[in-house]
Design a protein around this ligand. Structure first.
Ligand SMILES: Nc1ncnc2c1ncn2[C@@H]1O[C@H](COP(=O)(O)OP(=O)(O)OP(=O)(O)O)[C@@H](O)[C@H]1O
Length: 317
């Protein structure tokens, strides 16, 4: 393990054994990555890409099937308890005790880590402040909003002052405002020096939060880098998104046309995308062909476009 990498994987593999009538399944297929202290590192990919399986191996809750994995210079298979003591884990499902209060949920977690009562009380005060839940401390979890529950889950995962925080799809199911509040809290953690590892299938989340990320598909890494570099490397600066009443005919005309300002055409089930340096010029070309889109939008390229370009599929399929 290099001096600066906090988590290092080489050829990391997860194979789930055959069960019932189904054959064995290779969910993670020989991936390499190395994490630096203090960064936010993302696993981006569609459902089933192998993101959660990778997170479970890092958090020492699921054994690796092949390759090597070091976490905080420890072996998560043989040194699971030592690894888990130094990590915080925010799973996809909150698994909070809904009948207990916010404070009690935090307290129980502190006891689980064997922390002295006085230390737990001090940390709870700081964590309630961090999660902006001081007013709710003595309310039952049952009455909290989805965003508050998420913040409580994150606060709970910090009770052991972890060096690395793993977050599995931290904002799935939250409304836009609650997502922004959560992002703000995660930025603050990063400022405090906590290394973040997160999975997401939201490109905006990956762009907002991640210093570096890997794009996964079918258990493999299909691209890696800083969000801005990935966009610059794999797609043009702009995209023209078009919707037509008769998409097939429009796609055929556009495919054989040279009027797309050098653009490359991608056909999705519900829309056409033209990747080009100049979206407005491409749109003018569309009109010159006598085509009238129902909607036309010129926007800058995103990680979603990187994924589409690499795999021919949309992340949110
Ligand atoms: N315990 C298991 N036994 C068998 N197959 C599994 C198991 N856990 C996950 N899988 C399969 O492995 C593949 C990858 O799953 P994983 O949960 O790692 O993907 P993911 O990228 O996190 O997707 P999601 O966003 O849906 O969580 C999926 O096809 C899934 O059905």
């Amino acid at each position: 393990m290099t001096e600066t990498s906090l988590v290092e994987a080489r050829g990391l593999t997860k194979v789930y054994p055959a069960r019932g009538g189904s054959a064995e399944f290779r969910a993670v297929d020989g991936i390499d990555f190395a994490l630096r202290r203090g960064e936010a590192f993302g696993f981006l990919g569609p459902n089933g890409a192998g993101k959660s399986s990778t997170m479970r191996m890092i958090s020492a809750t699921s054994p690796i099937s092949g390759g090597t994995l070091r976490v905080l210079d420890l072996d998560p298979v043989t040194q699971g308890p030592q690894v888990r003591a130094r990590l915080g884990v925010v799973p996809q499902d909150d698994c909070l005790d809904r009948e207990l209060t916010v404070r009690e949920n935090l307290y129980i977690y502190g006891r689980y880590f064997g922390l002295p009562r006085k230390v737990i009380r001090e940390r709870i005060a700081a964590l309630l402040d961090f999660a902006q839940l001081q007013d709710k401390a003595d309310e039952q979890v049952e009455v909290l909003s989805g965003g508050m529950r998420r913040r409580l889950t994150i606060a709970r995962s910090l009770i052991n002052e972890p060096e690395i925080l793993l977050l599995d799809e931290p904002t799935t199911g939250l409304d836009p405002q609650a997502r922004h509040v959560l992002w703000d809290r995660l930025f603050r953690l990063k400022q405090d020096g906590v290394t973040l590892i997160l999975t997401t299938h939201y490109m905006d989340e990956a762009e907002q939060l991640c210093d570096r990320l890997v794009v996964m598909d079918g258990g493999r890494i299909v691209a890696r880098g800083a969000p801005r570099d990935l966009i610059a490397e794999h797609v043009t600066r702009e995209v023209l998104e078009l919707r037509f009443a008769d998409q097939d005919t429009a796609a055929e005309k556009l495919r054989s046309s040279s009027r797309l300002a050098g653009g490359r055409l991608e056909v999705l089930p519900d829309r056409l995308m033209v990747y080009t340096a100049d979206g407005e010029a491409a749109l003018a070309g569309v009109h010159e062909l006598g085509l009238t889109p129902l909607t036309a939008l010129v926007r800058r390229s995103t990680l979603e476009d990187v994924f589409l370009t690499l795999t021919g599929r949309s992340l949110i399929d």
